[in-house]
Every structure is written in C-alpha cells, then in structure tokens.
Design a protein around this ligand. Sequence first.
Ligand SMILES: [Ca+2]
Ligand SMILES: [Ca+2]
Length: 179
Amino acid sequence: MRTRIALLAVHVLALTVLVAAPAHAEFYAVDDPADAKGSLTDIYGLEARHGDKAVVVKVRFAELMRSSMAGVSVYFDTDRDRKGPEYVLSSGLGDGTDYILTAAEGWRGSDGQVRCDYRARPKWGQDVFRAVVSRDCLDRSPSVRVSVKMIDQAGARPVRDWAPRQRRWSLPLAPGLAA
Ligand SMILES: [Ca+2]
Ligand SMILES: [Ca+2]
C-alpha cells in the first residue's frame, strides 16, 4: 500500500513537470488517424527532434512499399514572423525516387535548391520515412516547427494526408543535445 501511494506521488510530480514545461520542446510526436484510407501511405504518425546538429523528422505510414507512387513534403518553419514555411523537403516514397530541399514559396517548393547537408529515405520494411536536415540548412534557427503532407497519385483521384493537420504546425522545437 505504501509503495502504491509513493508511485502515485511520482505520477503527479511527472504531470506537474509536463504542464510546467517551457513553450519549446526538443521532441514532438503526434499520432495521426486512419483518415486517408484510399492510400496505403495514410500517415499514422509524425515525430520531430531538434538536435544540436540537425532536425530529424520521422513520418509513419499505414504501409510503405517500394512500388509506392506517393510523395511526401516536409515543411519547415524557421521564421515565425514570416507566414508559412521557409523550406520544403520533397521526396518520393517509392524505390528509385529522389529528394530535394528547396526554399519555400508559400506552401510549395521552388527552384531554389538549398546547398547544405541533408538526407532522407523511405524505410519500406518499417513503414517509415526519415529525414535528417542539418541546422545549417535551417538558418540555425533557435525555433523550428514542422508540418508534413503526403500525396498519393496512384488512384483516380490524388489522396492527401497531413500531420499534424493541413497547414498546421508542430510545437516549436528548440535545439537540444540529441541528434
Ligand atoms: Ca492519417
Ligand atoms: Ca515562417
């Protein structure tokens, strides 16, 4: 009985810490519902981590296959004073597709490829797409927000899915120690 009370006290403490956490986190994770059933690459989750060297973004899908015709855009907001994203990483989700980081024009990419250190790849066995973008690519911003869009052109109509929601941002992420 005494142990149980002690455990309860720990839980309450942990909650208090969460509520009192600063507006900036280093890590963000959100589940996304099965709301794009017309596509195998229905987004199931988004995770983002702001490390001391890079921002790491992980997108989870219902089912990611080498034959996928879908693509993903990872938007980065590095300047809260300018509306919309500053950068977009665009990538295919199938085998043999490529990826590119460009300056954003509204919620689109542009011809302005960003020369810096970044990489991205679909991991078909894990149903995950992972991107690692150096902080140098993102103006070494002290606060970065991310948003992700999937478009699948395989069917008669394109299927879109967003996380956390259409043109909505994650919490602001400040650089931490990991990654
Ligand atoms: Ca979804
Ligand atoms: Ca912005």
